[in-house]
Design a protein around this ligand. Structure first.
Ligand code: SF4
Ligand code: SF4
Length: 160
């Protein structure tokens, strides 16, 4: 009896792969040598496909806006957030930092934050040999505040 999936199998055999060939078109014999070649400009990295909207990637943290309330720490199921006391160990001025090697990307902290100072970004390239490397600890991603709108252009005064 003919395989009912034969048509689909044949179609897939001759269709283009949908896989994003990232970071390079074919698996290299040595990734280190490939990265050296990229660094020296002898090879190029295939760009990754853009992350879809609402993708939950690396956390961004607006440290300036943070009030140190610890709500994010309370809801984090992965103990991925550490409290940093304020000056002289006081609660005032306290902040937090995020350990991406522990994060499960659940977005609970984003939901809980009363100051909207945490967000998930589209960044997903987080492979690292050291789970405590600076790249995997988020301490301050800058302000999320929208840039001030330029003042409305005033009409030029009538000339005499
Ligand atoms: S996304 Fe989830 S696991 Fe990651 S820091 Fe926030 S609450 Fe914790
Ligand atoms: S919930 Fe928001 S404001 Fe409160 S400590 Fe966490 S990041 Fe800061």
């Amino acid at each position: 009896m003919a395989n009912p999936n034969l048509g689909l199998i044949l179609k897939q055999l001759f269709s283009r792969p949908y896989t994003n060939r990232f970071p390079v078109k074919y698996a290299p014999a040595s990734m280190h040598a490939t990265m050296d070649a990229v660094t020296s400009g002898k090879a190029q990295i295939t760009p990754p496909v853009p992350a879809p909207e609402h993708y939950r990637g690396k956390i961004a943290y607006d440290r300036e806006a943070c009030i140190g309330c610890k709500m994010c720490i309370k809801v984090c199921p992965a103990s991925a957030i550490e409290h940093i006391p304020g000056p002289d160990g006081k609660a005032k001025g306290s902040k937090v930092k995020f350990y991406m090697s522990r994060c499960t990307f659940c977005e609970m902290c984003v939901e809980a934050c009363p100051k909207d100072c945490i967000k998930m970004t589209g960044e997903f390239l987080m492979a690292d040999a050291d789970k405590n490397s600076d790249a995997l600890i988020v301490k301050d991603s800058g302000s999320f505040a929208a840039p001030a709108q330029p003042a409305a252009q005033q009409p030029a005064p009538p000339t005499a």
